[in-house]
Design a protein around this ligand. Sequence first.
Ligand code: CP
Length: 321
Amino acid sequence: MRHLLDTRTLRREDAIRILDVAEDMADTQSREVKKLPTLRGKTVVNLFFEDSTRTRISFEAAAKRLSADVINFAAKGSSVSKGESLQDTAQTLQAMGADAVVIRHGASGAPRTLATSGWIEAGVVNAGDGTHEHPTQALLDAFTMRKRRYGADSRGRDLSGFGVTIVGDILHSRVARSNVWLLHTLGADVTLVAPPTLLPQDTSAWPVTVRYDLDQAIADEPDALMMLRIQLERMNAAYFPSEREYSRRWGLDARRLASLPEGSIVMHPGPMNRGLEISAEAADSPRSTVLEQVKAGVSVRMAVLYLLLTGQNTSTTEEER
Ligand code: CP
């Protein structure tokens, strides 16, 4: 694998390979083998132009558990505030010996630009770009769903017939987009639920069912209900219902939690707006996989860095193979 830029073009066999390697990584962690020598001598740069807790820290933990050296770069406090370009920033980090660059950027397409511009030789991993994609989030979500469905017998399996309902601010969500494409590739049935103003125009071309009523979607008995963060920082007040109205119609409260079928799980990529899209009862309930997802994030990112930096034959597109 040369780069991981999206899930839209990730092949089924490559997605399964990443999830299977992540299973191996999780196994080593559960056996208290905290550190593997696999990436000794390699350098991973975390290049974050937007804030992050889970993604940045788990990439750092993943790289360190594989014995790679890690350089953390945050745009805040760097020469980016003096106007330094993405090209000059990336080339500076390449000159320091980066083998892989994990990039989060507010502009959709920034990771692809970095990967295809010829500015750097390092492999590129998209850690979230604008409203475009967040592929490792979707992979860790799929890892969590597969584990819940198949337990210790997950390897080699996809998510055929698994019903996933994604609820909330689809419009601004790179997590939703990456999940839609990956879940479709893995055979899951995806439903989106949102106020009409928080759905992108082009969902008619997506492999999903669209609903506007959360209670009706819950009555369809999904295997997983994925609540999305309302991205208030990207919101234009003109098209957002009031927080009270949103919470009443599209929030996961105690009543809706109780109406979920037995065995169905509640997911959230984090960070959560407790009391808005998800109640504390739901976030902290035994059905919630929120912390399981965070833990899966380290294993999945170990797998991605391992496959990227050892040149394993997994690829996202023909051009990058
Ligand atoms: N889910 C996610 O991307 O969280 P962070 O923004 O904290 O990395």
